[in-house]
Design a protein around this ligand. Sequence first.
Ligand code: ZN
Length: 371
Amino acid sequence: MKHYQKLIGIGLCILSGASVSLPTGHLQAEPTLKKAKQAIPAKKLFGFVLGKADLKAKAIGYYTRGCLAGGQALAVDGPAWQAMRLSRNRNWGHPKLISFIEKLAKEVKAKDGWPGLLVGDLSQPRGGPMLTGHRSHQMGLDADIWLNPMPTRKLSYKEREETSAISMLDKTRLKVNPKVWNATHVNVIKRATQFPEVQRILVHPAIKKALCKAAGSDKGWLRKVRPWWGHHYHMHIRLKCTESTCKAQGATPAGDGCGKQLDHWFKLLTRKVKPKPRCIAGKLAKKGKGWECQCPKSLKRVALSKKGAAKCVLEDGSIPRPKVVKKNLNWMPKACHNVLLADKPPLYNSLQMPAGIEIPIRKAQALATEK
Ligand SMILES: [Zn+2]
């Protein structure tokens, strides 16, 4: 939290300079807003917004750099699903995604002998990057569906926070575990691929392998199921972007992906990689067989371990904070600025979040309308 407060502090200082309503205020406004947009990470602006942008529903940008207008919340409980981790407020999506989940949940319950879906993260109310986890899930078209079946009883709030998803892998982490994985999983994943709006489904390579085996000669549906890191607790379902405001992802490679492509994944999973050492505020460079954390001349190098981990610090021992953060509001598509600022976003203010976060957003809004 400290780090965050500092950053917002920077945002506030910069902005308070512009709040002076002198005749010159207008002239000052633009560069000031610019600085504020550079100093605050976009995930901190989108991550604390509680409600949807009341605009026409639109997925904007791309899965890994975008936002969501007119988001809709998935009901916490449905006839065939329960939403998990409610404190994260990530049960929001494009209305298309919400209706897809509702349909899928009802179908797998009626036709596949699956008790219902445990729904993990979708998107934030206005999409955008998140404070924790996920590179994608930014425009309301991605959904994580847990791979353990839904209990038939209604879970409490606490259980939804604390119950863990179950890995489908055995101890080798290269195969599915027959104690938890069964034919019903195959049916459920296959069912999801049958919806035309589904662009792809990401699962762990070992799950893809199990699906390839179970599919027999009926492998056409496997084209949409792609292997990816992680994803052994849940499957990640991505819907197609069909609006002019978003960028579509390229089609999945032709074929079922069960052959060589999949073998390659197992090579990746079994290779031994030496982890790179930590390098804080410096630049990690190759040195001999190992790595070295190099510091700019203005900073002092403090070793953290013998294996090359180090941090670069200021004279007082503190780590310098960048004035410009890479993934700030300017990094987002322009249309996302309006999504963020639309109808005075209600903000999350527990978790010791300083009320101040509201001020940069409101100010930015005021300044944006001034132009
Ligand atoms: Zn996901």
